[in-house]
Unconditional design. Structure first.
Length: 110
């Protein structure tokens, strides 16, 4: 009876979504602040799939760029309110990852 209850709980939550490495990272974020983090702290920022986990991001960066990842931090960014002519609109919400690499590794975007 207990086994049936466990199976029901896992099925109700649904299977975990398995994303490929190229589906996890949508684009690198390049700004003055992020360039400073790259030069000083060896941290890179990416816009990622909202369904991606920290482990997905770690695997994707290590696979695509062939580097060693020390730490991954994620942020869920809420879309901002914007005015479009006479109406109010909202930008889409998105997810951001800040990846810290091993000191021996670098990623060249340029």
């Amino acid at each position: 009876m207990a086994d049936e209850v466990e199976n029901t709980k896992t099925e109700a939550a649904g299977p975990a979504v398995k994303l490929e490495a190229y589906q996890v990272i949508l684009r690198p974020l390049i700004s003055e602040k992020n360039v400073h983090k790259v030069e000083r702290l060896n941290q890179y920022s990416f816009e990622i799939n909202p369904k991606a986990t920290k482990e997905d991001v770690r695997h994707a960066v290590e696979t695509l760029f062939e580097v060693r990842v020390l730490k991954v931090r994620t942020q869920a960014r809420r879309g901002k309110h914007r005015r479009y002519r006479f109406r109010m609109g909202e930008l889409k919400s998105w997810k951001k990852a800040i990846v810290t690499l091993h000191p021996d590794n670098r990623i060249d975007f340029f």
